[in-house]
Write a protein that binds this ligand. Structure first.
Ligand SMILES: [Zn+2]
Length: 327
């Protein structure tokens, strides 16, 4: 089905369906269809949008969505569960974070452009046909092949309606770490588009690597189901897990401690370590094994992101620090 013809608000009650929504393409783009798994409850209720595969090399969310779909039946559901397991099909097919077609990172181009390149068009149609009609959004990310983050829920940290709804859903989701981001959220993220539309949202991160970690998969599956219960879409008790860490700070992974030189990055800190200003966080070595750069913390903080893939180019993100939330 052409995505232009899709109308979320006209899906029949009681329907559980898999669809492929064709994004309008240009001759050099190749085919591009968004897989859509939807369950429309027999009774009215909220519309929950769940995204995964915004980055093409982040696998647990892509694997979790079909499992959630398999477990939810229309007669148990109030409202609509709308899920896109692979938001960037060209990047997914190439096992890359960003699109090999136009080189763009889908998580930097929201809300997209109807006449833009393929990644911008994907963003446009996700916003126009799905996000705009949602009452809540969950975006399932991990660190992918190159980055490691603790298993966490990110949310907008704010006293307003969106922030409070996001924090409540992050608590329901139940990842072991929570990471709140003060407004404004940097441009281009699904979180930014959702916030601009007044749709509360949470996202996830996880250690990444090229595999599917069963614990992360289980957390995502339980987390989405918990949020559905929290929103009143499903009956039953939430599976509660108390958080181990509650951190705040900007979530802009474009402005992290970056590699000043190309080479082999070797970390000297671990995820969620508390580090001091002046501490060496890692080194970069050249092909002879000589240290060319020491990566020094400019301030104290908690390690929230670490480069996992050792080979780095100038400008690649190596380490990002957050701070403990102290209400
Ligand atoms: Zn991601």
């Amino acid at each position: 089905m052409r995505i232009q013809e899709f109308d979320l608000n006209r899906l029949p009650r009681g329907e559980k369906t898999r669809r492929s929504l064709e994004i309008p393409t240009r001759p050099d783009d190749g085919d591009c269809s968004l897989p859509l798994l939807s369950v429309i409850g027999a009774d009215a209720g909220p519309t929950l949008l769940v995204l995964a595969g915004v980055h093409g090399d982040e696998y647990e969310g892509i694997a979790a969505i079909p499992q959630v779909f398999a477990a939810v039946e229309p007669d148990q559901l109030r409202g609509a569960l709308i899920m896109v397991p692979v938001c960037n099909p060209p990047a997914y097919r190439a096992a890359l974070r960003s699109s090999p077609v136009d080189g763009l990172n889908l998580a930097r181009v929201f809300p997209g452009a109807v006449d833009g390149s393929i990644t911008q068009r994907i963003a446009h149609w996700i916003v126009d046909k799905l996000l705009r009609h949602a009452d809540f959004m969950i975006d399932l990310h991990t660190g992918g092949i190159a980055y490691e983050l603790p298993l966490l829920n990110g949310y907008v940290h704010d006293d307003g309606r969106l922030g409070q709804a996001a924090l409540a859903a992050a608590k329901a989701f139940g990842a072991p770490t929570r990471w709140g981001h003060p407004l404004p959220i940097p441009p281009g993220r699904s979180l930014t588009a959702a916030t601009d539309l007044g749709v509360p949202c949470v996202y996830t991160e996880a250690p990444g690597s090229a595999g599917i970690d069963p614990d992360v998969l289980e957390c995502f599956r339980t987390g989405v189901t918990n949020v559905m219960k929290h929103l009143g879409m499903l009956s039953g008790d939430l599976i509660r897990r108390p958080p181990r860490h509650h951190l705040v700070g900007h979530g802009d992974l474009d402005s992290v401690i970056a590699a000043p030189a190309p080479g082999l990055f070797r970390r000297e800190c671990g995820l969620l370590d508390a580090v001091e200003a002046g501490q060496c966080l890692g080194t970069i070595r050249d092909e002879h094994g000589a240290i060319t750069s020491e990566i020094i913390a400019k301030s104290a903080g908690i390690v929230i992101m670490l480069r996992g893939l050792p080979r780095v180019e100038i400008g690649d993100g190596l380490v990002h620090l957050a701070h403990r939330y102290e209400p």
